[in-house]
Design a protein. Structure first.
Length: 296
């Protein structure tokens, strides 16, 4: 085996962790893969013998690539669709998560958390993700963001306060499933009162349909049990062909029509009630999701 093959093997040993870093930074599976590929290109142009800790070096390289991507994204933030954006979901069968996805979701990074992360400034997001989720020292983070270690610590602290506002899902899959099944049953039956009963009074629904469209499938952001329950009644035809899955490690729903995925819904359940619904209904992004092995 030559030096290039050895280097490739060492990179592959780190790929899962690097993809997990990039996914938390970007909320996009395709962009995360692009960031990891860019890290490989940078490594292949570097004298690896001079890198004392390859895993740490690669982590900071991916962080720097993601930071540049986030800053580029921020410069285009006048796009009104950003208000409805739902990050890419990671979907797996209800009874298992494959090893690759387990690495990707090792910190229970739900859609609700990713949405909060997307409200942070790029440098804040990087400091929080690298330090709080991957234990990267602030000295290393400071070199990436071009600030002092003390300033990097402050960035992470500000981000942490925002992140703590994200609802923490019930860790019991059985209780999650009970709430989601009650929601689907009430939707199928057109039972408004039953829908309100399973929703938290301050529930938030975020629906991302991609390119602007009108009607019931339009992107929207709704707050409050009554408004969310009313919206659920519009989608009762999709609930007829829905199946339970794991969406970012918690119970969620894939709705299909004639065998094609029409939407993926991540659900956050707290104390038996649904506090957040994140729905991806963008046909282009749905087509890129890996739904193999989910079953009908």
């Amino acid at each position: 085996m030559n030096d290039k093959d050895l280097l490739a093997d060492r990179f592959e040993e780190n790929r899962g962790r690097l993809r997990a870093v990039a996914y938390r930074m970007l909320g996009s599976l395709s962009e995360a893969d692009d960031a990891v590929q860019e890290a490989w290109l940078k490594l292949s142009r570097t004298d690896a013998d001079e890198v004392r800790n390859l895993a740490a070096w690669l982590t900071t390289v991916v962080g720097r690539v993601c930071l540049d991507m986030l800053r580029s994204r921020a410069s285009r933030r006048e796009d009104p669709m950003d208000a409805f954006h739902v990050p890419d979901p990671v979907i797996s069968p209800l009874d298992r998560i494959d090893p690759e996805q387990e690495v990707l979701l090792s910190d229970s990074v739900g859609l609700a958390l990713l949405v909060v992360l997307e409200t942070l400034e790029p440098a804040e997001r990087l400091a929080f993700v690298l330090h709080d989720m991957f234990a990267v020292p602030f000295d290393d983070i400071a070199a990436v963001v071009g600030r002092t270690p003390a300033a990097a610590r402050q960035l992470a602290s500000r981000a942490r306060r925002r992140v703590q506002a994200a609802p923490a899902p019930d860790p019991d899959i059985g209780r999650q499933r009970k709430a989601v099944e009650a929601f689907l049953a009430a939707s199928r039956d057109g039972d408004f009162e039953a829908l309100v009963a399973v929703l938290h009074p301050d529930v938030v629904l975020r629906a991302d349909s991609g390119a602007p469209v009108g009607g019931a499938v339009a992107s929207r952001l709704l707050r409050g049990a009554a408004d969310v329950a009313q919206q659920a009644l519009f989608f009762r035809q999709f609930s007829m062909s829905s199946r339970l899955v794991l969406v970012n490690g918690t119970v969620g729903v894939v709705a299909t029509l004639d065998g094609r995925p029409m939407s993926v819904m991540g659900v956050t359940v707290v104390e038996g009630r649904i506090v957040a619904l994140h729905i991806l209904a963008d046909p282009e992004r749905l087509a890129r999701l890996d739904l193999a092995g989910i079953g009908d």
